[in-house]
Design a protein around this ligand. Structure first.
Ligand code: ADP
Ligand code: MG
Length: 462
């Protein structure tokens, strides 16, 4: 009888919540008994019980009301699997009323799994504030990061969200925050984790039945640093878990630091409730480094490695490589390697040669795809949107600009360009070219953007 009641409840619930959530949270539940209007279900952990109470109790009650009438009551039995318990002993079911809390004496914990997690969370000691050069492009982010590192969880910068394009120093900065806190107070529990790793850990925990260990582990930290949250895009279950962890930590006054490759408002495929929390604290961006900043970074790097490179060469590199700091470092490393292998001095000639190779390696030919990617990155829109039907203003502009460069930088015909932008007509492409020309003439800001993009695209063809 209780099986049937529960089955009907499940049908009711499954129609009202996302499939993934249903699978995660309802499939593991066992119906235990029904006595008059009380249904008892068995859940595999204390955490499970909390999660359901927090997120799904409403829908369960509705389901039960239709099955057992308006006075229906739900009771939980938390049965922790033996294998997950610390120490020996048989599992003891514990009961509670639907309003009271469940009394569990033992936490479900999988020490091996936690050890595995711990081994994964190391900070890289080379990323410090000391070697994080300050400039106009990172001043706000750096000083906010520094403030957070002095008083984690206490400033209003919680969460601290750092965003910016690839290679602009997000990881370095948030690692520096972690290292700084650690050096001041080694007892603080700090976790740095890339979102991709976080996702994989979560999936592993689902596989080996240790979701609760996973959650407990993250709920116990003092500082959580989650790198590249854009990776959580469309990963509903992971977002759900992170949402829960986030709330717990934030309420407990623990510091959360995150990075993303775009502004929170542009994070598509992330739940709105999560994104809105990202904006609770401070959001600071990292921008492309200026020439002076690039010079400073190169000089620092050269000093660290104790290499002699003429200023003229450094200037040439700083001038030519204007995309991001990672690329800049890459060029210097190659240059040094080249010089030491061939036993020649680093001079302008060599620099030009090395740069030419590197630039070619990165991308030999500018194609429509590359243009679309560069332009959509620049305007912070999705590349796919350029090919989609949407007429949102910022997307229309990005699309037109990408068409414009496709005409200028490739040999594609108007028809072919239209085809690459979601099968549009060649007259649409003509219209795009005209309106870009028009805007270049009338809008200084727009003209600046086009010039910037030109530089980026040209660098690849040089
Ligand atoms: P992101 O995470 O934004 O892709 P990283 O933090 O990995 O970028 O930075 C790329 C490289 O540039 C790293 O080697 C980092 O040390 C270096 N870097 C970035 N910003 C700075 C800075 N302001 N000063 C010194 N080095 C920097
Ligand atoms: Mg990074």
């Amino acid at each position: 009888m209780h099986d049937l009641v529960w089955k009907n409840c499940l049908n009711y619930i499954s129609e009202r919540i996302p499939t993934q959530s249903f699978k995660t949270w309802f499939e593991p539940i066992k119906p235990l008994k029904t006595e008059s209007n009380v249904l008892t279900i068995q859940v595999p952990s204390q955490f499970f019980y909390e999660w359901i109470e927090e997120n799904y109790v409403h829908v369960i009650k509705q389901a039960m009301a239709t099955e057992l009438g308006p006075d229906a009551r739900l009771e939980y039995s938390v049965v922790v699997k033996e294998a997950e318990e610390e120490g020996a002993g048989t599992s003891v079911p514990q009961f509670s009323g639907n309003n009271g809390s469940v009394e569990t004496t033992k936490k479900s914990f999988d020490p091996a799994f936690v050890d595995e997690l711990k081994a994964d969370c190391n900070l890289n000691p080379t990323y410090l504030f000391d070697n994080y050069i300050e400039g106009d492009c990172n001043r706000l982010a750096r000083s906010a990061g520094f403030a957070v590192a002095q008083k984690p969880g206490v400033t209003s910068f919680n969460p601290l969200m750092i965003y910016g394009g690839v290679g602009l120093g997000k990881t370095h900065l948030v690692q520096a925050i972690g290292n700084e806190i650690k050096s001041k107070d080694p007892s603080k529990k700090i976790i740095y984790v890339a979102s991709e790793k976080f996702t994989n850990q979560f999936i592993d925990s689902l596989k080996n039945n240790s979701v609760q260990s996973f959650i407990s582990y993250y709920r116990e930290v003092d500082i959580l640093i989650l790198d590249d949250v854009q990776f959580l895009k469309d990963k509903e279950k992971t977002q759900e878990i992170f949402f829960h962890i986030f709330n717990h930590l934030h309420q407990a006054g623990k510091q959360i630091v995150m990075t993303s490759d775009r502004a929170p408002r542009d994070l598509k495929g992330l739940q709105e409730r999560l994104v809105s929390r990202f904006k609770w604290g401070l959001t600071a961006d990292l921008q492309q480094p200026s020439f002076e900043m690039r010079m400073a970074i190169i000089q620092k790097k050269v000093q660290e490695d104790d290499i002699q490179i003429p200023d003229q060469v450094l200037e040439y590199i700083a001038y030519t490589v204007d995309t991001n700091i990672r690329e800049l470092e890459g060029v210097i490393v190659s240059l040094i390697a080249h010089a030491s292998l061939t036993k020649v001095d680093v001079d302008l000639e060599l620099a030009k040669k090395v740069l030419k190779n590197i630039v070619r390696e990165i991308d030999s030919e500018v194609g429509i795809d590359y243009i679309q990617k560069t332009v959509s990155d620049y305007f912070h829109v999705e590349q796919d949107d350029l090919k989609a039907k949407t007429r949102k203003k910022e997307i229309v502009i990005a699309r037109q600009v990408a068409m414009y460069f496709s005409k200028d930088y490739t040999n594609h015909s108007l028809k072919s360009i239209g085809y690459h932008f979601g099968g549009r007509d060649h007259s649409t492409v003509i219209h795009a070219l005209q309106s870009v020309d028009n805007m270049i003439d009338t809008d200084a800001k727009f003209r600046y953007s086009v010039d910037e993009l030109k530089k980026k695209l040209k660098m690849r063809t040089a």
